[in-house]
Write a protein that binds this ligand. Structure first.
Ligand SMILES: [Zn+2]
Length: 371
């Protein structure tokens, strides 16, 4: 195992991260993505962290890493000046001076079924984890019409471009045979038929679903692999929820636990120094989770039938909203999200088996617990 690959570009890592957590899935207030540096350069080494601080950039220099991937974006609010007055400004200055690229996978990684919350669910041992609040408006449908002989190749090209995935199934499409008509006008170069005469062509109507952010790639594939000069196609926005995209997750413990046993379980699984929680009488089996500030999902957690909701950054008045309907836990922002580092490491290692990204050894949690 090595931790650098001379022929690999930083871009390749970023491209892969954005396949898992497309930037289109980030919240409107967020600033995920490439934040500092140029990605069109060879990758020397990669350091993964929850937060980028000056100490983390120094660690990257020591360990010969020219890419730092963080969960929290170091540039979140716009910066008006970079003078070294704050730790973030010093970290950015040092990164630029040392030619280190800074990249963040933030709410886009929160919103995918393989992301931050899947990791919390895994730590807690939740079975059958599902997205807690699936998002609407993230899916579209393509309908097109193609001569029978070209249908198979076109379908393959569309699937390659990202169409046809529904849950654990891919290459999904619906196909029906029919008759297309057209008349080529003066100046046209028809693939079949003659100019000035109506032509009837047996065609396959292909329907397939695709994630809205893949539209450019899907249409490009369609135009490239369809034989006609003018390709007839329709794109429909869908009202469907995207079952694999949205904040929070919900799943079940293998067996119901009393509240005190569940609290101990969470404390151990998330290595948290302090859990704040509401009163609840009842056993806990169905559990909702959301790393970081997730209390906005409390109604969804209740609606999903969860007996507990593990999140962080809960304010005093927000605890009241649980009203005994479930056990609301604040297990700490860093604590709930820290395993994102392991998640990113695991995903990169799986995709690039000969490359070993490094995990930062610096605990960036600014909070201590006194007891
Ligand atoms: Zn966070």
């Amino acid at each position: 195992m090595i931790n650098s690959l001379s022929d690999m570009q930083i871009n390749e890592i970023i491209q892969f991260l954005e396949e898992i957590a497309p930037l289109a899935y980030q919240e409107s207030y967020d600033n995920a993505g490439l934040l500092v540096g140029r990605a069109d350069q060879p990758l020397q080494g990669m350091l993964i962290t929850l937060d980028i601080t000056e100490a983390v950039v120094q660690e990257a220099i020591q360990k010969h890493c020219n890419l730092i991937v963080s969960h929290h974006p170091i540039i979140f609010h716009p910066l008006k000046r970079i003078t070294g007055a704050t730790d973030a400004e010093r970290a950015i200055m040092l990164a630029i001076q040392s030619n280190i690229v800074l990249y963040a996978a933030h709410t886009n990684l929160d919103q995918v079924a393989e992301g931050v919350n899947a990791m919390i669910a895994e730590r807690l041992g939740l079975l059958h984890p599902q997205v807690l609040a699936p998002l609407r408006g993230k899916l579209k449908k393509l309908v097109t019409f193609v001569p029978h002989a070209h249908a198979a190749a076109l379908r393959t090209a569309l699937f390659h471009a990202g169409a046809g995935t529904i849950g654990q199934y891919d290459e999904c499409s619906y196909n029906i045979e029919g008759m297309g008509t057209f008349r080529a006008r003066e100046g046209a170069h028809p693939y079949v038929g003659a100019v000035g005469e109506q032509h009837q062509e047996p065609e396959t109507r292909i329907e397939t679903i695709f994630p809205a952010h893949r539209e450019t790639a899907v249409v490009e594939a369609l135009l490239r692999h369809h034989p006609y000069e003018e390709v007839a196609y329709d794109i429909y926005p869908l009202d469907n929820l995207h079952p694999r995209v949205g904040p929070g997750m919900v799943g079940e413990l293998p067996e119901p636990l009393p509240v005190d046993v569940f609290l101990k379980h969470v404390q151990k699984a998330l290595q948290t120094g302090c859990i704040r929680y509401t009163r609840y009488t009842g056993m806990i089996q169905r559990v909702a989770v959301c790393g970081g500030a997730g209390v906005f999902l409390l109604p969804e957690a209740i609606k999903a039938g969860a007996q507990a909701f593990v999140t962080a950054d809960v304010k005093y008045h927000e605890f009241f909203r649980a009203e005994g309907r479930l056990l609301l836990l604040d297990a700490g922002h860093y604590e709930t999200e820290q395993f994102t580092i392991d998640l990113l490491e695991r995903l990169i290692r799986k995709k690039f088996p000969n490359f070993a990204p490094l995990k930062s050894e610096i605990c960036t949690n600014p909070i201590n617990y006194f007891s």
